[in-house]
Design a protein around this ligand. Sequence first.
Ligand code: SAH
Length: 371
Amino acid sequence: MTEGAAAREITPLEERLIALIKSRGPITVADYMEDALLHPHDGYYTSQAPIGAKGDFTTAPEISQIFGELIGLWLVQSWTDMGSPADFNLIELGPGRGVLMQDILRAARLRPAFLDAAHVWLVETSGRLRHEQQRRLRDAGIATDWADGLADTPPAPSLIIANEFFDCLPIRQFVRGERGWRERLVGLDAQANALAFCESPTPPLPTIDLPEPGDAAAGAIFEVGEAGETIAEDISRLLVEHSGRALIIDYGHLHGGVGETLQAVRRHKYWPVLASPGRADITAHVNFERLQRAAFSAGAAAHGPTSQGAFLERLGLALRLERLSAGKTPEEAADLFAGAHRISSPTQMGELFKVLCVSSPGLNEPAGFSA
Ligand code: SAH
């Protein structure tokens, strides 16, 4: 992707943020990200059509049906590993256009008892995307409900899936200045008519887990994904209490470290993070080590992270591709191959994207995590 030319376009959200910062002072990067993505009227996910070729970015389930089908089979296997509970919640966090859940439910048809036992819960804040999910899943014939957060789903054994959900949860940033770490904030430029980064004049609270200042060069940035860690803890507690598994798939790193990963994307091109809030997607790499630590601290088990490519291959990507391509025209078969390659190849999404399984203790090793 190349950096898009940022035409100066003042969005309604930017106007409101400028007025807010003028009266109350700078806000954290996390507050900026949350407002830019989720503001009930002008937020990116609430007001735009973000996903797909005509949107701003695309995701694995949008690229290849094999992604959701293999995950569907993984979920059926997990349900069996849990002792086939007669009632359970099948929860998706951030379901986008509902394509992944549609593919999961289609693949799961081979075990009707799984579908009979499942109650689908879609955790989605955007009314617009909820509507699209509803339309897409209408014919699946499965009890489906929507929730604003995991806490709003009824307590029950659960299978949880989150694809490209954790990357859009707000992060805080800290800058290594001359006097140690300072929180990076969103304030105003010298003319006070555009958003600009600045630093907090006071040191961060000692409760925030930052590297030793000596381990980072001047100007280095360190990111803290508190919101994601809290959700990972909530997932883990739910699974420990009621049994089940969660599959977290996202782009990110195995070990956190110093460095900036906050980025904005618009129309499939990089976009300046502070330009036109509400019109571009803003994400940060997921720190899988911290999510895993959150799971362990809540008493859950964790497997992985492993790379998305290896995970899909272990679940039978090649065989599924072969079966799907049988009897297709050469063009259709080439499209299927291109999609499967894009989601699994190390040079495309296969290595950058990682898969982490969080599980209630006592279940056997989930499929896909070891050769
Ligand atoms: N999983 C989908 C879409 C990923 S985009 C796919 O793979 O195609 C991120 C999704 O998370 C969108 O549906 C967005 O509206 C939703 N979302 C973002 N932040 C959220 C939050 N805090 N709570 C619930 N849903 C959220």
